[in-house]
Design a protein around this ligand. Structure first.
Ligand SMILES: [Zn+2]
Length: 65
């Protein structure tokens, strides 16, 4: 079983690389039980969405405002 520290590390690594199947399973199982890490995961997902939306906006906005 993974602990919270491993989980938060995996969550940030997931931004940069593809996680293995066993890593994803461990992550999922832990998130199902651990509220703290679930919140952290949600924050990461939200952050990523904001970043993406921001990048897209910049792309589409290559001209002047
Ligand atoms: Zn946890």
């Amino acid at each position: 079983m993974k602990n919270c520290r491993e989980i938060t590390r995996l969550l940030s690594e997931a931004q940069e690389r593809e996680l293995s199947l066993s890593e994803r399973m461990g992550l999922r199982m832990h998130l199902a039980m651990c509220r703290g890490c679930r919140n952290f995961a949600e924050q990461m997902a939200t952050l990523r969405k904001i970043c993406r939306a921001y990048a897209r906006r910049d792309e589409g906005n290559s001209g002047r405002e």
